[in-house]
Design a protein around this ligand. Sequence first.
Ligand code: GCW
Length: 721
Amino acid sequence: MFILCKRLFPALFLFLWFTVSHAQGGYELWLNYRKTENPETLEHYRTHLLSVVMDENSETVDAIREELSTGLGLMLDSTVSFISEIPEKNSLVIRKTENLPSGLRNTLKKDIATIENDGFLIRASGNTVIITARKDVGLLYGTFRLLHHLQQGLPLRNLRILDIPKTDIRVLNHWDNLDRTVERGYAGASIWKWHRLPGYIDPRYKDYARANASVGINGTVLTNVNASALVLTPAYIEKVAALAEVFRPYGIKVYLTARFSAPMEIGGLQTADPLDPGVRQWWRDKVDEIYKTIPDFGGFLVKANSEGQPGPQNYGRSHVDGANMMAEAMAPHGGIVMWRAFVYSEHDTTDRAKQAYNEFVPLDGKFMENVLVQVKNGAIDFQPREPFHPMFGAMPHTPLMMEFQMTQEYLGFSTHLVFLPKLYEEVLQSDTYRHGKGSLVARVVDGTLDNKKISGMAGVANIGSDINWTGHPFAQANWYGFGRLAWDPYLSASQIADEWLRLTFTNDNNFIKPVKNIMLESHETVVDYMTPLGLHHIMDTGHHYGPGPWVGNLSRPEWNPVYYHKADTAGIGFDRTPSGSNATAQYAGEVAATFNNVKTCPEKFLLWFHHLPWDYKLQSGNTLWDGLGIRYQEGVNRVREAQKTWAVMEPYVNKQQFEEVRMLLGIQHEEAQWWRDACMLYFQTFSKQPFPEEMETPLHSLEYYRSLKFPYAPGISPQWH
Ligand code: GCW
């Protein structure tokens, strides 16, 4: 006995340490199943949910069983029993619609008729709670939703949730390299341990799949869009297959990025010309080979002729030629091609904001049916704030996917607390006016505006090997929120923040209310202290961390911040009206008219569309110069308020998370001041005016800020490919 104890003790200790440190560190994400606090609610749940009727057989059903054992087990602090007969009294019934007993099917007939695709119904009826769906994966989504309902302590009585995803492809884009660096990744190394695959399956892979499935994400692109052709070689396909196997029960398909020059790099061909028969055959064979190993492979994501990546234009061909070549190879297998529209050329001197539209809109209607064009939310590049991309609504015959960024490339990395669903919501709720008022970007994305056959949303992942997955504890909310909005682009950011806080931390309103407020203000806050009033792309070079509005020496003009703010002694801002680059002409007439007129242009986009004198009068009555300084200061002030709010939140979260957020807010505060001071000192060299009195005196000189260097800032692409 003693010997056994001696042997077991260290193992037990290790296990406990691991579990506790993981729990403290936020590893569980929003699947943080805590015992139900309210005794009445606990009793109510126990009565209805401890016998689970599940008698179908599939890997997905096994995953459901496992999730319920853990989730219900922890929340109800009891053991769940799985049975195959529906008992007289209380139970949770999980069955596909076709397998429900006829009585139940009849009662739920109306709701059942409306369940489509991956959707589900959760209904409390008599003494049973039913989760039903057309497909196993719908049952899985329903199960997670019920678990989330219980995590929030909500009642089961009269429960009726009928939810059908509004988009088809809900996919993460990992910008992960095969050497485990992550381009624009700020949460550690890539979670894909390529070197150990396929033999070693890290437990994280399954937890990753659970987290994704719990919000309805159904696909993942494993590799960087700045792609390595190596991932298409047999050794890597085998590794990818091992990941696909872990994800399959959770309804998640794998996709890969396809390097356009792969036929030359790994296929030994002399060309990658998409009209060359040998090249076309190479892609067909490659795709067949992938499907042989991964029968449910999702397809390719391609960055072509963008920032030095190879593409069809290298051979005088178009994006259509390139995309259709791959789509043709995919079609027999049901695969798709997501072709990115993030293009701008060093040889094109037109405003960068106009180039993607100019290249792609004339191609509308020419892509094959299994091609989606993937468009970033704005026309420049994941800035703290951008007006919606003018391509949305402008290609009625081509499915356009939304590409949002969860990783915070231009948004303070995973050091700053920024709740991005606020940004996503602003974009999705923008009105393109392409079919009159109400033609929201959300309707382009879900395909309803022009009756698209396929629709989707992509999110550039913020996930890495950090214990808490995302670096900043609150960055988890961006992953969660992306998934929720990919499923339903009409959800409100406020609802998402509320859900995420409750699932992740506690249901105590003394915590929820103030912290939700921090989250909902955080986007405006970061915009104010980085790029107020429509300023954009004034981050420092390469790493994009911190201010660099003075940078003007880079080889490509559109890589320089000075290109974007155009500050001079007369004023500041980029004139994109007809008197300038006329980028506004790419929007529908109503939208263009609003942006063109300085009086109707929303002030949040003022300097995006207009070059204005320093003494231009803002709506507040302040001059532009004073208004700018006041905005920068307000951004700083709101970080201070967030710090104060967080300082009294210790009772509601665990020690480690409390400390992490406290320290990170401290850095965010310092850096908000850095942004304010560096930008205002620099712009002052043009405005030649004193700072507004609302603004605090800068802490250092402009020379000091200009001298700061960050040679090892994370997230920069390695040079090996
Ligand atoms: O924003 C830019 C990033 C690049 C990225 C590129 C893209 C993957 O700075 O790192 O490359 O966008 O979206 O392709």
